[in-house]
Design a protein around this ligand. Structure first.
Ligand code: MRU
Length: 365
């Protein structure tokens, strides 16, 4: 699969090149961002998306501004404000900006400061790839412990694979590890309305990796649980608050309720950069509200060769003028989460103390 994001040096660059996720699965088309406004647009239209990758994109965006001699502070503010919920975006931006500021404070030339900023973005990219490997191993070990039978039927929501990461992703990377170990019987994929990240992106990644997978509408999940067809739920996260509340793609919370009712483990997989100790609880997480047109119109991927129209510009499925409620994320309270798997360790049961301990441990690594 083409990389979800790459930095290109001259003569192609300096540019940030994205695999345009609005065009998948019908076309693998790269989107070239030559400046920060283009990258901000790509973030807002979800051409680049998913918490860890947003962090990486934010860091490279700051590097792009530095290399091209734009106002780095202004670029950082624009990038950090592009979407509100995934905490990784602000984290990536801050890390790159701090590298730039530190270099400038040490008397670096603009070229040297830009090089330091780019190096920091590359470091973050690399760290996320390593985190991805570690969560996959830890997540599989946890699955094996929770489900001793060794043949797992896993339900997932949204998209959490290589398209959102410097590596193979978070929740999807665990499913992939189970598949490679011969222990994934089936990956159930929620289509993930309204923007179909499950249908368009996870089903695409599952097919490319040869996973046994089945797509379902989000509202079919209940009957699947009732039929005893789900052994575990694996999802990613956009932000984990200090009390262990998890913000993730809208539709995650109902799955957690279903999992609790049916006594099925509900596992969240995320890098530690998704934990925000500065957000005390779920109610404090800002939830992105997106245009109602994404709900009143069916978004289909652009047919091969056609111009992409972007989210919410498809076939009208509600009367003109219908108001729609379209939060991009919801919050799952910690008592519904069996475990949070990170590269620095597993928190289970999920408590504020467990999260604080994990954060302290990860700072020492
Ligand atoms: O709106 P999106 O597509 O950026 O939402 C993405 C998700 O909700 C993912 O589940 C989350 O970022 C975790 S990705 C490892």
């Amino acid at each position: 699969m083409p990389p979800a994001l790459r930095w290109a040096e001259p003569p192609e660059g300096p540019v940030v090149v994205l695999l345009d996720q609005t065009r998948l699965p019908t076309e693998e088309v790269e989107l070239v961002c030559t400046d920060v406004p283009a990258l901000v647009r790509a973030i807002q239209t979800l051409a680049v998306r998913g918490a860890p990758l947003l962090g990486i994109a934010g860091a490279y965006g700051v590097a792009l501004a530095a290399v091209r001699r734009f106002d780095v502070e202004e670029a950082a503010a624009q990038l950090a404000g592009a979407r509100p919920t995934a905490v990784n975006l602000g984290y990536g931006v801050r890390r790159a900006l701090a590298a730039h500021q530190a270099a400038a404070a040490n008397g670096a030339t603009p070229e040297e400061a830009a090089a330091a900023t780019l190096a920091e973005a590359r470091r973050l990219h690399q760290e996320d790839a390593e985190a991805s490997r570690a969560v996959a191993a830890r997540g599989l070990a946890l699955l094996d412990e929770l489900l001793p039978g060794g043949s797992h039927r896993v339900l997932t929501h949204c998209n959490t694979g290589a398209l959102v990461s410097g590596g193979e992703g978070t929740a999807f990377a665990v499913a992939l590890a189970a598949h490679r170990a011969g222990r994934l019987r089936r990956l159930w994929i929620d289509e993930t309305r309204p923007l179909l990240q499950g249908a368009r992106l996870t089903a695409y990644e599952a097919a490319r990796n040869g996973l046994a997978s089945t797509l379902l509408t989000d509202n079919a999940a209940g009957s699947l649980f009732a039929a005893g067809e789900v052994d575990a739920v694996l999802v990613g996260a956009d932000r984990i608050a200090a009390d262990g509340s998890v913000a993730n793609k809208v539709g995650t919370y109902p799955l957690a309720v279903l999992a609790k009712y049916h006594h099925v483990p509900f596992v969240v997989v995320a890098p530690v950069t998704t934990i925000d100790p500065g957000t005390p609880d779920g109610a404090s997480i800002e939830i992105e509200q997106r245009p109602g047109s994404e709900v009143t119109q069916l978004t289909a991927p652009a047919p091969a060769g056609a111009a992409a129209t972007g989210p919410g510009s498809g076939t009208l499925v509600a009367p003109l003028g219908t108001q729609a409620y379209n939060p991009a994320f919801d919050v799952t309270p910690p008592e519904l989460v069996t475990a949070i798997v990170t590269e620095a360790g597993v928190v289970s049961p999920v408590t504020a103390g467990g999260i604080a301990e994990l954060c302290a441990r990860s700072r020492q690594v």
